[in-house]
Design a protein around this ligand. Structure first.
Ligand code: GDP
Length: 195
């Protein structure tokens, strides 16, 4: 499903640019710098697959990758950019809302959260959008190699309390490190199990 079968399809800036909704898709969301590109690269086994989405000019695009014939893996633009001009943020939010609420084939969103911090306010905002759009979401903690067990417990605690407030939240969290490989196989099999 992943290695060798994942290809960049296109970057989308408006709803009419979406590829045909002819297969299942999962999307990845997270604040800028959370480790989203690294995770997508680790999942797909491509070194530079998601780099395109981090180059200037592409950061506001919704990037589509194939999951073999089975589906699409969708990389949403990173959020929480403190310095972005308001019109940019508003345009992004509009597209994101349209995509989340209008995409019939979207099966699950993975919301990435830094294991050092746990869920923050900006993460809650996206979770609320997902609630409204009735898109089931699952939290993926990133960079677990960077935290001690006690810090991880604290982040898990904070995050679980937040999740309890969100009806669209899937209860199980996935702990990952793109650096060390933790949780990558688990996440692959979760995605492979989604119809
Ligand atoms: P994005 O902006 O969410 O796409 O984040 P990137 O994937 O570009 O990662 C942001 C920074 O975090 C980079 O310096 C990465 O090398 C680092 N990073 C990403 N994932 C991990 C991880 O699992 N462990 C560690 N230690 N660093 C990571």
């Amino acid at each position: 499903l992943f290695a060798g079968m994942t290809e960049f399809v296109k970057g989308v800036v408006a709803m009419d640019g979406l590829p045909p909704a002819d297969r299942m898709e999962v999307c990845f969301a997270g604040r800028s710098n959370v480790g989203k590109s690294s995770l997508i690269n680790a999942l797909t086994g491509h070194k530079a697959l998601a780099r395109a989405s981090n180059t200037p000019g592409r950061t506001q695009e919704i990037n589509f990758f194939t999951l073999g014939e089975k589906g699409y893996l969708v990389d949403l633009p990173g959020y929480g950019f403190a310095n972005a001009p308001l019109p940019v943020v508003e345009k992004w939010q509009r597209l994101l809302k349209q995509y989340l609420s209008g995409r019939q084939t979207l099966r699950r969103a993975f919301v990435l959260i830094d294991a050092r911090h746990g869920a923050k306010k900006v993460d809650e905002e996206i979770m609320s959008l997902l609630d409204t759009a009735a898109v089931t979401f699952q939290v993926v903690l990133t960079k677990v190699d960077k935290v001690r067990a006690s810090e991880l417990d604290k982040s898990l605690d904070v995050t679980r309390k937040v999740l309890a407030k969100h009806p669209a939240a899937f209860p199980a969290l996935v702990l990952t490190s793109s650096e060390k490989g933790d949780g990558i196989a688990t996440l692959r099999s979760i995605i492979a199990g989604i119809d």
